[in-house]
Design a protein around this ligand. Structure first.
Ligand SMILES: Nc1ncnc2c1ncn2[C@@H]1O[C@H](COP(=O)(O)OP(=O)(O)OP(=O)(O)O)[C@@H](O)[C@H]1O
Ligand SMILES: [Mg+2]
Length: 316
C-alpha cells in the first residue's frame, strides 16, 4: 500500500537569533501515514508534533530530509495543497462572522465559486452537524461549535487528507464523542487522518496506528494492536481479607485497586492463571470474574516516554 504521507529523515532546527541555543525540534523523522487510516501523532508538550505538521503543510521549511505527500515531493503543488485539510491547534476565527461565512471565505481560497461553493458549504455543515446554527455569529458559538466549524473549514476542499492538531482539546465529553464519531465517519468514507492529541483515551478509541514522539525523536511507531503488547490477566474478587491479600502479595499477586468491597488482582507475568486461582482458593477468597486486560494507550505512552527520559538521563 503506498503511503499518503511519507517523511524521510525529516529534521528541523530552529536557529536562535540572539546567540542562544538552537532548538533541534525534530530529528530524522521517518513517518508513514497509510491511506484510509487514522494516525495518532502523540508526544509530550514540546516534542515536535506541531513542528512536523507545519512542515507537512509547507508553513515552515525542513532543515533537512524529505516529505512526500500523495506520491509528490512537490508539496507546494496545488494538487497536494487542495488535498490537505488542516485544523490548527486552537483555531481562531473572527467572532463577527457567521459560521457559513467562514466556510465561504475558505471555499473561495480554494477556488470554489457560485453554486458549487454553496453546495459544498451545505455538505460540510451537514457533516459536522451545524446546519441549525450555520447563520449564527461565531460570537455566540460554544467551544464545541467553533471546533465543528473548524473541522468544516478543513473539509471545504473535499481533501483526501485531514491534519488535525488537537481537535478535541477543551471540549466536554459529549462534544468530544460527537467529534470522535465525525472523525471515524470521515475515515470510513476513505479520508486519511493525522491527529495530534493529548487526549489518549479519545485517540485510543479511533486510531489505527500511532507514533509517539519524545524530544523530536520517534520512540514508538506502528499498529495500535501490536504496540499495546503488555496484556495480562485480572482477577476480580469480593471482600478479600487483608491477611489473605498479604499472602498473595508475597507470591507476586498485587492488588491493583479496590472499590466498594471488591478488588482487582493482577496476575504477574510468568504465573499461570490456574496457579493464581489456586492461591485465591487456598485463602478462601471469593471470585467475581477473571478477565484479560490489555495495556491502555496511556500506559504505552507513559512507558515509552518514561523509557526515553531514563535513557536520556543515563546519556547525560
Ligand atoms: N518558532 C519557533 N522558534 C523556536 N523554537 C520553536 C518554535 N516553534 C517551536 N519551537 C520549539 O520546538 C520544540 C517543538 O515544539 P512543537 O510546537 O513542535 O511541540 P508540540 O509537540 O506541538 O508541543 P505541544 O504538545 O505543546 O503542542 C519545542 O522545544 C519548542 O519550544
Ligand atoms: Mg503542538
Amino acid at each position: 500500500m503506498s503511503a499518503v504521507i511519507q517523511t524521510t529523515k525529516l529534521s528541523k532546527v530552529y536557529e536562535s537569533a540572539w546567540g542562544g541555543q538552537d532548538v533541534h525540534a525534530l530529528k530524522e523523522l521517518d513517518l508513514t501515514v497509510l491511506p484510509g487510516e487514522i494516525f495518532a501523532y502523540l508526544g509530550p508538550n514540546g516534542s515536535g508534533k506541531t513542528t512536523t505538521i507545519k512542515m507537512l503543510l509547507g508553513l515552515i521549511f525542513p532543515s533537512s530530509g524529505e516529505i512526500e505527500i500523495l506520491g509528490s515531493k512537490d508539496i507546494s503543488s496545488s494538487k497536494v495543497k487542495r488535498n490537505i485539510g488542516y485544523l490548527p491547534e486552537g483555531a481562531y476565527y473572527p467572532d463577527f462572522l457567521r459560521g457559513e461565512e467562514i466556510l465561504r471565505y475558505y471555499g473561495k481560497l480554494y477556488g470554489l465559486r457560485g453554486a458549487d461553493l454553496e453546495r459544498r458549504i451545505d455538505q460540510v455543515i451537514e457533516t459536522v452537524g451545524m446546519t441549525h446554527a450555520r447563520s449564527r455569529l461565531l460570537r455566540g458559538y460554544s467551544k464545541g461549535m467553533r471546533q465543528r466549524i473548524g473541522l468544516a473549514q478543513a473539509l471545504i476542499s473535499d481533501p483526501q487528507i485531514l491534519i488535525l492538531d488537537e481537535p478535541t482539546t477543551g471540549l466536554d465529553p459529549i462534544a468530544r464523542k460527537e467529534i470522535r464519531d465525525i472523525l471515524a465517519h470521515l475515515r470510513d468514507n476513505g479520508k486519511t487522518l493525522l491527529i495530534s492529541s493529548h487526549e489518549l483515551l479519545e485517540v485510543e478509541l479511533i486510531s489505527n496506528r500511532v507514533g509517539i514522539l519524545y524530544q523530536g525523536v520517534l520512540q514508538a511507531f506502528g499498529d495500535m494492536d501490536s504496540l499495546l503488547t503488555n496484556r495480562d490477566i485480572s482477577i476480580n474478587v469480593s471482600n478479600p481479607p487483608a491477611a489473605a491479600l498479604a499472602i498473595l502479595e508475597e507470591k507476586g499477586i498485587r492488588k491493583e485497586d479496590e472499590a466498594g468491597g471488591s478488588a482487582k488482582l493482577r496476575v504477574p507475568e510468568g504465573m499461570s492463571v490456574y496457579d493464581a486461582l489456586e492461591l485465591c482458593k487456598s485463602q478462601s477468597i471469593q471470585l467475581v470474574s477473571v478477565a484479560p486486560r490489555r495495556e491502555t494507550l496511556e500506559e504505552l505512552f507513559v512507558r515509552t516516554v518514561g523509557a526515553a527520559e531514563a535513557k536520556e538521563k543515563v546519556a547525560q
